[in-house]
Design a protein around this ligand. Structure first.
Ligand code: GAR
Length: 215
């Protein structure tokens, strides 16, 4: 059984999608051990508690120096001995020591087709504002492993979503969540929990995915 920690900062709809997928058996061999937020008011914490999942907040504001927060955060996370850390709308930059310790064991959901509209400053609604500003016709979401860069780690799954004329950032955000994020995040966890994902030379390989045929 793959033990998960889900890190959140806000509404927690991706956390909810994961909880629901585990409940209905669409994700197997996985359980959420803990939900950790940096924001005491994150609704995601309520979603976890409603479901009997341990939920806690560690905020940088509780600590004098960033280093102290980093240490406390890592200590708390380590105490749950999880196999996989899922960043589900977690808006804090992870300490490098944590990324090293959890190499290929942290995944993130990002609301665009990486490498478009990603990197420093691209999070939440801003991603969709930028996509609309650029006038792209297709956007989507990406689940990737987390490395030392911002949104640069090996890509596990992506799903495209149509941009429609007259979309507001909020409308586009909702469509990307419904059609892509809430689908591929549970799917990625299920693949990892069932031993189907490996990483080699910075690329992800998924077992049982049909290989391209020679023409
Ligand atoms: C989601 O759209 C997620 O992809 C995004 O924040 C939102 C969180 O929503 N994450 C990022 O932008 C990370 N760069 P949620 O709290 O309802 O799951």
């Amino acid at each position: 059984m793959l033990k998960l920690a889900v890190l959140v900062s806000g509404g927690g709809t991706n956390l909810q999608a994961l909880i629901d997928a585990i409940d209905k058996g669409a994700v197997t061999n996985a359980e959420i051990s803990v939900v950790i937020s940096n924001n005491p008011n994150a609704y995601a914490l309520e979603r976890a508690k409603d479901h009997g999942i341990e939920a806690l907040c560690i905020s940088p504001k509780q600590f004098g120096a960033r280093e102290e927060f980093n240490r406390a955060f890592l200590e708390t996370l380590n105490s749950y001995q999880v196999d996989l850390v899922v960043l589900a709308g977690f808006l804090v930059v992870l300490p490098e020591s944590m990324i090293k310790e959890y190499e290929n064991r942290i995944i993130n959901i990002h609301p665009s087709l990486i490498p478009s509209f990603c990197g420093t400053g691209y999070y939440g609604l801003k991603v969709h504002e930028k996509a609309l500003e650029r006038g792209v016709k297709i956007t989507g979401a990406t689940v990737h492993f987390v490395d030392e860069g911002t949104d640069t780690g090996p890509i596990i799954l992506q799903k495209a979503v149509e941009v429609r004329q007259g979309d507001t950032p909020e409308m586009l955000q909702r469509r990307v969540m419904e059609q892509a994020e809430w689908v591929i995040l549970p799917e990625a966890v299920n693949l990892i929990a069932n031993g189907k994902v490996s990483v080699s030379e910075g690329k992800v390989f998924i077992q049982e995915q049909p290989a391209a045929k020679e023409l």
